[in-house]
Design a protein around this ligand. Structure first.
Ligand SMILES: [Fe+2]
Length: 127
């Protein structure tokens, strides 16, 4: 979420307004997913990761510097992250399916559909 805020604040270029708005809708979506997935974890008697230090330790998403990003840099970064999220969600969906956990399967399918649509938007903007 914070990474996409960084892009939201620091993108520069002629596509600033649509990319500023797109990154905002993306991080709002992350916030909803973050809470929904944490609640699924709680319902299974486990503890979601609730500290930034622990999140950083297990995250596979690369951090960004605090600097300006061109629109093409931003699109490439977002595409890479959405692609990585699809791969992660696909793996979780597979494991959940093997465990007959259909709620997690459905949640991951929704996540994948959302990220596929984001990638379509990005690819269309890249021309
Ligand atoms: Fe904002």
């Amino acid at each position: 979420m914070l990474k996409f805020h960084n892009l939201h604040w620091n993108v520069v270029g002629p596509q600033f307004i649509p990319l500023h708005q797109f990154s905002e809708s993306a991080y709002e979506g992350f916030f909803e997913s973050y809470d929904a997935v944490a609640e699924l974890i709680k319902m299974r008697g486990l503890f979601p990761v609730g500290s930034l230090k622990d999140i950083l330790a297990i995250s596979t998403i690369k951090e960004l510097e605090n600097k300006s990003f061109s629109t093409s840099e931003m699109l490439a970064i977002m595409k890479e992250d959405f692609t990585a999220l699809i791969a992660l969600a696909t793996q979780i969906r597979k494991e959940a399916d093997e465990a007959n956990d259909f709620t997690v399967v459905a949640t991951m399918e929704d996540e994948i559909a959302k990220y596929e649509k984001h990638i379509w938007f990005i690819t269309s903007m890249q021309g």
